[in-house]
Design a protein around this ligand. Structure first.
Ligand code: PLP
Length: 426
């Protein structure tokens, strides 16, 4: 049955739409942090969709909120009418962003959110030049696929913007890798100044960056990098956009937004994924003058629809009511410490914060990317009933991003499977 579905999938869906696993999984049921496939096999989900199912599956409070909206008969009409839940969610996000006089625009995805941020920045600054980080990923729309700094996911040929890349996000294979945190930050800031001086006339619209690079393998800059970079950007009037599509809503444990680790206030933040717990919702929260700078009339047919808004409001309440930011911190420490303590020779680095954990696999005794081991780890963990993700420039990084509701015993169970699978692969 799955074979047939795979054949039909390949016949009508694009060849570039990635599927995980040699034998791709069809999910037919999900509950809490576990999913069941069409063959009746159940897996503990350590990837939460792609960090989308942030609360887990079949959460009564969220389903009830969505059902209540469906029961009104108003799935959606358009954003040409007032939508109470949209205003309420915008108020909450604007307030939690900490951005002064913030406003919010809702989209349907992270790509669309980042495209909107690029559109706003280029309008605000009257420049089509942007800066992005090496090893970054910002989506697959026309604008975002063009600025993504990772060869496997980008298509720069027909870019609507001119992009230059700066150092900072991916340290493990950076030329500045062995420097102290402070010296690393200085080197990255010097690189930023250099790029501005040699590749631009300073008339750049924005720098867009992920506080922790997601697709790039949960790579992290040292805390404080973006504050130091923003000082340079401010001296040119360049806007700073924090892409919080993966890092928002407390997943990193120590902060509600990933960028808060850098003690800096961005001009815009983009968000999506975990806010909807599987419903399609994304958006931009920005300084009011930046969000209002667009001169033409516009709207979004589906962005901010009442079904997604009610679901997202329930998700935000659920995060607060269950103190999930603290849970991310505790479960993250449990997993990171457990993986580090194992000191496995295939593991070059375990990094991350909260429930965004990257495991960089290398040829033992070297820093050479071990792509084969990463592929095998996906299959071995699956065999043992655990789903994880994979990423990084070389596709050799295991990505661990379970639902934020992960329990202590589930974290132990997943850790045991990870360590057993590492033993099997080596
Ligand atoms: N930005 C980041 C950091 C992402 O990780 C992603 C998706 O993985 C996107 C943007 C694009 O979001 P979407 O797939 O919802 O368009």
């Amino acid at each position: 049955m799955t074979d047939d579905l795979l054949k039909r999938h390949r016949a009508v869906l694009p060849s570039w739409m990635s599927l995980l696993y040699d034998e791709p999984i069809e999910i037919v049921h999900a509950q809490d942090r576990r999913i069941t496939d069409s063959q009746g096999r159940t897996y503990l989900d350590f990837f939460a969709g792609v960090l989308t199912n942030s609360m887990g599956y079949d959460v009564a409070e969220i389903s009830d909120a969505v059902r209540k909206q469906l029961d009104t008969g108003v799935l959606h009409t358009s954003t040409l009418y007032l939508i109470r839940s949209q205003v309420e969610l915008a108020e909450k996000i604007a307030q939690r962003s900490g951005i002064p006089d913030a406003k919010v625009f809702f989209t349907n995805s992270g790509s669309e959110a980042n495209d909107t941020a690029l559109m706003l920045a280029t309008q605000y600054r009257r420049s089509n030049q942007v800066l992005a980080m090496r090893n970054s990923y910002h989506g697959r729309s026309f604008g975002t696929v063009a600025i993504t700094g990772n060869r496997g996911w980008s298509a720069s040929a027909l870019s609507p913007v001119k992009v230059n890349y700066v150092h900072g996000g991916y340290r493990y294979r950076s030329p500045f890798r062995d420097l102290s945190d402070a010296a690393y930050i200085d080197a990255c800031v010097a690189d930023l100044v250099d790029v501005l001086d040699i590749a631009t006339a300073g008339d750049v619209a924005c720098l867009i960056a992920e506080p922790i690079q997601g697709v790039g393998g949960f790579s992290m800059a040292p805390d404080g990098l973006f504050k130091a970079m923003k000082e340079v950007l401010d001296s040119y009037g360049i806007l700073f956009v924090s892409d919080e599509v993966q890092t928002g809503w407390g997943r990193t444990g120590e902060h509600f937004w990933g960028i808060q680790a850098h003690d800096v206030m961005p001009d815009m933040m983009t968000f999506a994924k975990g806010l909807g717990n599987g419903l399609t919702v994304g958006g931009v929260v920005a300084r009011g003058d930046v969000l209002d700078c667009f001169q033409a009339e516009s709207f979004s047919t589906f962005g901010g629809n009442p079904v997604s808004m009610q679901g997202a409001l329930a998700v935000l309440d659920y995060i607060d009511d269950h103190d999930l930011q603290a849970n991310c911190a505790a479960r993250g420490d449990q997993l990171i410490n457990g993986l580090r303590a194992a000191g496995h020779p295939l593991v070059g680095e375990v990094r991350g914060k909260g429930l965004m954990i990257g495991v960089e696999l290398v040829e033992p005794g070297t820093t050479t990317p071990n792509v084969r081991a990463a592929k095998q780890m996906l299959e071995e963990t699956r065999k043992r009933g655990l789903l994880i993700g994979k990423g990084g420039l070389h596709k050799n990084v295991l990505r661990i991003g379970p639902p934020m509701t992960l329990t202590e015993s589930e974290a132990d169970e997943g850790l045991r499977i990870l360590l057993d699978s590492l033993a099997a692969v080596s």
